[in-house]
Write a protein that binds this ligand. Structure first.
Ligand code: MCN
Ligand code: MO
Length: 729
């Protein structure tokens, strides 16, 4: 059995030997390079754009301005600012040239005559709706009230009532590879190479804009150097690049510079939660009433993230009286969308801060307060209707508690030496396997090797190895004989992609179903080849066996016999070919859960050092513990960044102050630390292979645990992410 084993990653050789193929490695003769001229003011009326000098530049082929495409959730000035600039970085013109340097140089000669408008940057000010972020529109792009029970009554019946404002700043998802696209014009159709999380989805949205101009668009996902949620949804530059290649009938390439990526890639998080909450003397959380404000930036497609945060705000706890007023407000900033965790980290920061603040206020042990409130009977329907599926929360918390007690003791010892050290624990609930379904085809080739083509599109996680393990087990063959392929809309009918920690569970189960179907075909064909009755045959360890006669045929033999000989006839009574497609989707999301425990030290300059780290998760069946652990390690380090280093900062006029990786600090190997990870397998999903996702969990569990450890180290309450240096001195 491969499932449960730490099989080495199948996909790494090409990357570590430098033969990966990212967008910028894909070359087509005659390619034009696109450079985007962007706004450097936050809000303005465009009076005139003069591109005549740019057009005179040697090597410049054309300049595009004023391209607008009506598109869901985007304001009128999309993908290009035509009359109104909405944020610093908003595309205004696109220069096409025979090389990228010429295109970039010509950008300086584009003259933009504009009249500045007042900008609204602070989401709480935006909520007042005095200064408009988009002319003629209310800033309140979205409002929804989530109500359960009688929170006012529950609050008035509480022993204590507290009030806090929790802030989760904006972050830049910071993949190693910036975004990029190569659109190759082929009379009547397009071939698009993209750094994306979903080739199929990109095909669908590009066709919705250009389908009347073109027969078809084939999208191929190039190797992707990280995405973290930010390469899923449509971007202005995708449309501009494709438009340019259609207009000029040429291959057109656009690859973002890092400074463009920080302005152009959708930022993540950006939520403010102003909450009132109550508790009984014993630590029971009685009610939560609050406003959840999401800072959408200059488009409204990020609203679903405040819905996720609001509906998850009770977390793994039993509180049943809640009211959350969710707001989505426009601001003159880069549009916001999902970043690894997408709404669940924001919720976890709020409910875990609430647990710690209640325990401090009542002088109770923070673990005891969590135990008092924890959901213990599963399945459980939370007050806002989410169905928590399976697991044993208390058991996992008790395992984490042991580590926490030890860290607490170590912190006490070190504090005696005058060091600022603290221990923190978080318990979190994850929600994943966002649907609706995923597809996979399994093909057995003539040489007996197996190809699995999945609709999901991994980009670093390692799903290809995990899914190969599942199929190898089902077919009883070596994992080396299974190849997993994805990311080409011409290879598989339909699919969705990689997001919401879904690939292993949904595509893996689709592959499992497909493999079972193929096995059935193998048996039926083998019955013909072996002149047996199919009922007599069994499939075991990659072989078809007839227990009566003792005859066997390996998968490889069946596959090659199926190919007969060239020019021969097909004398059998079964349809030839060994291929099947499977589809899998859940009727409910899955809810993994976990706990993180941190021992951290803060030096006198405010610098945070993690001395020890422990994480535990329950995601049902773990297919490959090494891959799952790698996801946890990466997520913890990102969570560390979000907690103490990373923050997108704008000044009051909307100038981006963190516009490069010098000013926007991401964690590096220097800040990394050892992380011990364990898992439990009690919270199974109801899929044939009862797994749940692990791709995002650690970004949810880390910030509340780390912020708690820091808070204990410095003896000061912390309510914002990141903890800024000036707060930690
Ligand atoms: N796995 C497993 N057993 C399980 C579940 C998963 O062994 N029960 C393994 C899988 O084989 C896979 C990995 O864990 O190698 C993650 O699988 P899964 O939880 O299904 O998540 P996805 O593959 O769908 O990945 C998406 C998730 C998301 S939503 C973001 S955002 C994110 C993340 O993955 N972006 C990443 N991790 C990332 N890792 C890298 N390197 N780059 C990104 O952009
Ligand atoms: Mo994601």
């Amino acid at each position: 059995m491969y499932v449960g084993q730490s099989v080495k990653r199948k996909e790494d050789l090409k990357f570590i030997t430098g033969s990966g193929r990212y967008i910028d490695d894909v070359e087509y003769p005659g390619t034009l390079y696109l450079y985007i001229v962007r706004s450097n003011v936050a809000h303005a009326k465009i009076k005139k754009i003069d591109v005549s000098d740019a057009l005179k530049t040697n090597g410049v082929v054309g300049v595009i301005t004023g391209l607008t495409i009506p598109f869901e959730n985007r304001p009128n000035n999309w993908p290009m600012a035509k009359d109104e600039i909405l944020y610093v970085g908003h595309p205004i013109a696109a220069i096409l040239a025979t090389d990228r340097y010429t295109a970039a140089d010509a950008a300086d000669s584009v003259q933009i005559d504009y009249e500045e408008l007042p900008a609204v940057i602070d989401p709480e000010k935006a909520l007042k709706d005095d200064v408009k972020a988009v002319e003629g529109r209310s800033n309140i792009a979205y409002k929804k009230v989530y109500n359960a029970g009688d929170p006012d009554k529950a609050l008035s019946n509480s022993d204590i009532v507290l009030e806090e404002k929790f802030e989760i700043s904006r972050v830049y998802p910071s993949p190693m590879e910036t975004r990029g696209l190569l659109s190759v014009y082929q009379e009547g159709s397009l071939l698009v190479y993209a750094s994306t999380q979903s080739a199929h989805y990109m095909r669908r949205y590009l066709l919705s804009a250009f389908g009347n101009k073109i027969r078809d668009i084939r999208v191929i996902q190039a190797d992707v150097g990280g995405a973290f949620g930010a390469k899923l949804f449509p971007y202005a530059e995708d449309f501009i690049t494709v438009y340019a290649s259609l207009q000029y009938k040429k291959p057109v390439k656009w690859v973002a510079l890092r400074s463009e990526d920080i302005r152009g890639m959708y930022h993540g998080r950006g939520q403010i939660h102003k909450v009132k909450f109550g508790a009984k003397k014993d630590g029971t959380l009685t009610a939560v009433i609050g406003d959840a404000i999401i800072d959408l930036g200059a488009a409204s497609h990020g609203t679903y993230l405040v819905d996720i945060a609001a509906t998850m705000l009770a977390g793994p706890y039993k509180v049943r009286d809640l009211r959350i007023n969710a707001y989505g407000v426009y601001t003159n900033k880069t549009p916001l969308d999902q970043y690894r965790g997408a709404g669940r980290p924001e919720a976890a920061f709020v409910y875990e801060r609430i647990m710690d603040i209640i325990s401090d206020e009542l002088k109770l042990d923070p673990i005891a307060v969590r135990k008092k409130n924890l959901v213990t009977e599963l399945p459980y329907t939370n007050p806002l209707g989410l169905k928590y599926d399976s697991g044993n929360y208390l058991k996992l918390l008790e395992k984490a508690e042991k580590v926490y007690r030890e860290f607490e003791e170590r912190a006490n010892e070190l504090r005696k030496q005058g060091r600022r050290v603290g221990a923190g624990l978080s318990f979190y609930l994850e929600q994943n396997n966002f649907g609706p379904w995923e597809s996979a085809s399994v093909r057995i080739k003539a040489d007996g090797k197996v190809q699995v083509i999945i609709g999901a599109s991994p980009h670093g996680q390692g799903a290809e190895t995990g899914i190969a393990q599942i199929v190898a087990d089902e077919l009883g063959i070596s994992v080396d004989d299974v190849e997993v392929i994805w990311g080409d809309t011409a290879l598989i009918g339909e699919g969705f992609g990689t997001y919401g920690s879904r690939s292993l569970t949904l595509a893996g189960n689709a592959a499992l179903l497909a493999a079972r179907r193929v096995k059935d075909k193998v048996l039926r064909l083998a019955a013909q080849f072996m002149k047996s009755d199919v009922q007599e045959l069994q499939y075991k360890d990659g072989k078809v066996i007839n227990p009566k006669t003792g005859k066997t045929m390996s998968l490889k033999e069946v596959a090659s016999r199926n190919m007969a000989s060239l020019g021969g006839i097909w004398e059998y009574k079964e349809e030839p070919g060994l291929e099947a497609t499977g589809y899998f989707g859940f009727d409910n999301l899955t809810y993994p859960y976990g706990s993180h425990v941190v021992l951290a030290e803060v030096d006198n300059s405010g610098k945070v050092k993690v001395l020890d780290y422990y994480a535990i998760d329950d995601i049902g069946t773990v297919v490959n513990p090494m891959l799952a652990e790698a996801q946890v390690i990466g997520g913890v380090i990102q969570g560390f960044g979000e907690s103490v280093l990373e923050e997108i900062v704008y000044d009051e006029n909307g100038n981006l102050l963190t516009g490069n990786l010098f000013d926007y600090a991401i964690p590096t190997a220097v800040e990394a630390f050892n992380i011990k990870w364990e898992y439990m397998e009690e919270g199974k999903s109801d899929a044939p292979l009862p797994a749940k996702g692990i791709g995002e969990g650690a970004t949810i569990g880390t910030p509340p645990a780390l912020i708690r450890a820091i808070e204990k180290a410095i003896g000061k309450k912390l309510t914002r992410l990141p903890g800024r240096l000036e707060d930690l001195i």
